[in-house]
Design a binder for this molecule. Structure first.
Ligand code: NAD
Length: 487
């Protein structure tokens, strides 16, 4: 098996196996080939991982921020040196084209280690509060053992986006990747050890929806950060509430992308394609409801159709490939089912709409698909599809499109294309979302906060804001004179 790791779990600085766990087969989505066989964590493995994290954390937290930062920076350097190898593994794990993974996955993880290593070294300092004689000060203290639970669309990036701020702030982490993509996080654990991270601080255990609760319910865990769907988010938040753990929820979306008739049409088409077809549409913040103002609808659809038809679908390891398979057979079935619903409910199929005929029958491929004349009530306009299916809706005016854009339980992201900057700022101000873009889409550099509102979650990843979600404030009041007691 061409991607078999040394063992299923990485705990306390080394690979660990326990074949009593349920078997997890890792399949290459382009061919269906079994590339690794692993075992879900047994309760014993979960205990071992949490105990290792708990043991290692106090000494790590006591190190100087510069020393912690230096190790994270070294991990970033190693990831960049091994970018090709890590990207190929990410492509095997997910089926995403190497054209993407080589620029967007390990590199984004490396950015995260570099950024948080630098920020912590620069000082996540508290404040001094003068009180007229007495004074107080605050400091940021780590939470302790944090749990990260990942989705399958960006396995290495998600592991790093959680590990980097957690470790920078002085915590230890136990990370559980998605059962669909178990491989990448193990490599991140190896690299952190190579970079000098003391053992026990970043542990990876495998498992599925039955394993996650063992972590979330554990009394020694102080925080849970989940990237996943809204239904899973509800379950995890409810379980974490049992003993009042901190939570960060990075959940799903059905984001509006609004194109006004004064927009640069080619840019808007490019933004809409990136925001629907990158990673074969498996991106949480995708702008899957593309609202196009009526005056430019014809021209927009004409250019969109031509550019979508020209996309290269095929072998993800080929540098020219732009569209790879879905992550799993089940995900492809789900997406094809939504495409059938779009057709049945009366949307106009502009391009795509099925399985491409130029690829192996064993791979989980779906054509990049565009529906026009989509209305707000259609299933494809309301539910998260998580595949390469773009819905184009028409609109007449600004107030109408803001109201319709907001008419969803989700609030992850939104985008506006227009050449009128006053309008752009006015509209983003009224759109209900955590992350918004003007005249671009889906760019998430580590410097800016990323996260959702409404049912799309809470807490933020990336930027200095993420450190606040992996630490808490300790306030110290210092009395400088005698205590004035009335008794
Ligand atoms: P999912 O919710 O099925 O699973 C996510 C993770 O949670 C997996 O590791 C799974 O094993 C685990 N899990 C499932 N049930 C659990 C439980 N009861 N307790 C603890 N853990 C449990 O999601 P998915 O199918 O892996 O990923 C797709 C979803 O993730 C989409 O909805 C997408 O929008 C969302 N997503 C969000 C972001 C973001 O940053 N907002 C990023 C990527 C993906």
């Amino acid at each position: 098996m061409r991607a078999q790791p040394t063992a299923s779990h990485f705990i306390d600085g080394e690979y660990v196996e326990d074949d009593a766990g349920t078997v997890i087969e890792s399949l290459y989505p382009a061919t269906g080939e079994i590339i690794a066989r692993l075992y879900a964590a047994t309760p014993g493995i979960v205990e071992k991982a949490i105990a290792a994290a708990k043991r290692a954390q106090p000494e790590w937290a006591a190190m100087s921020p510069t020393a912690r930062g230096r190790i994270l920076k070294r991990a970033a350097d190693i990831m960049r040196e091994r970018n090709r190898e890590l990207s190929e593994l990410e492509t095997l794990d997910t089926g995403k084209p190497i054209q993407e993974t080589i620029v967007a996955d390990p590199t984004s993880g490396a950015d995260s280690f570099e950024f948080f290593g630098g920020v912590i070294a620069a000082g996540l300092n508290g404040s001094y509060i003068p009180l007229g004689g007495d004074f107080a000060y605050t400091k940021h203290v780590p939470l302790g053992v944090c749990v990260g639970i990942g989705a399958w669309n960006y396995p290495q990036q998600i592991a790093c986006w959680k590990a980097a701020p957690a470790l920078a702030a002085g915590n230890a982490m136990v990370f559980k990747p998605s059962e669909n993509t178990p491989l990448g996080a193990l490599k991140i654990a190896e690299i952190l050890i190579e970079a000098g991270l003391p053992k026990g601080l970043f542990n990876v255990i495998q498992g599925d929806r039955d394993t996650g609760p063992l972590l979330v319910n554990h009394p020694d865990v102080a925080k849970v950060s989940l990237t996943g769907s809204v239904p899973t988010g509800r379950k995890v938040a409810a379980a974490a509430a049992g003993n009042l753990k901190h939570v960060t929820m990075e959940l799903g979306g059905k984001s509006p992308l609004i194109v006004f008739d004064d927009a640069d049409i080619d840019s808007a088409v490019g933004g809409a394609m990136l925001g629907n077809f990158y990673s074969t549409g498996q991106v949480c913040s995708n702008g899957t409801r593309v609202f196009v103002q009526k005056g430019i609808k014809g021209e927009f659809l004409k250019r969109l159709k031509a550019r979508t038809e020209a996309m290269v679908i095929g072998d993800p390891m080929d540098d020219a490939t732009q569209i790879g398979p879905m992550v799993s057979w089940a995900q492809r079935e789900k997406v094809l089912d939504y495409i059938d619903k779009g057709k049945a409910e009366g949307a106009t199929l502009v391009v795509g709409g099925g399985i491409p005929n130029n690829v192996s029958g064993e791979g989980y491929y779906v054509q990049p698909t565009v529906f026009a004349d989509v209305t707000d009530e259609m299933t494809i306009a309301r539910e998260e599809i998580f595949g390469p299916v773009m819905c184009v809706l028409d609109f007449e005016d600004e107030a109408e499109v803001i109201a319709r854009g907001n008419a969803t339980e989700f609030g992850l992201a939104a985008g506006v294309f227009t050449s009128d900057m006053s309008r752009a700022h006015r509209v983003v101000d009224l759109l209900e979302a955590g992350t918004l873009w003007i005249n671009t889409y889906n760019l998430c550099p580590v410097e800016i906060p990323f996260g959702g509102s409404k049912q799309s979650g809470f807490g933020r990843e990336n930027s200095i804001a993420a450190l606040e979600h992996y630490s808490e404030l300790k306030t110290v009041y210092v009395g400088m004179g005698p205590v004035q007691a009335p008794y």
